[in-house]
Design a protein around this ligand. Sequence first.
Ligand SMILES: [Cu+2]
Length: 181
Amino acid sequence: MSDRGHAGYRMALRTAGSLLGLVLALGASPAMLAAAASRTVTIQSFAFTPLTITAGDTVTWQNRDDTTHTATSDTNGFDTGQLAPGTSSRAIPFSVAGTFAYHCSIHPTMHGSIIVRAATAAPTPTAPPSTPRPTPAPTSPPTTPPTVPPTAPPTPSPVVASASSPPWWCRRSSAALTTRG
Ligand SMILES: [Cu+2]
């Protein structure tokens, strides 16, 4: 029972490790990111999905409607030809940056465009900025909370001997005196 638990833990560790490796591999290869990609425009409900690509990428049109469509350049740059329902076009390369408008030659109301962004060069290491670090603004001195004057300890009220009743010894002696007298 405990063996199984260990195996599961080990497997989880291995999965985490391979995932980490994959992430590292993706992050460590900018060449892979710069490689040409195959992109897809979906034709559905008599509409083309908008698409922005990078110069060098290829575009494939996929017709998901129940009727035939085309993706025909407004400026005769490209034409997929007729795409029967459920079929895809050949991959059409876009090597120049710009916006390429197109339409469906069967349904003139259908319009789309492919936005091609210039391929970005591999990032070159830039020199650290020469501007000096901003000096921190002087901070105002901390305001000290007002000190509360110490409260005087309560003065014990003086014990006032009651003047009306004489002390016990006085009472006693006076009583003795009266009885004896
Ligand atoms: Cu169409």
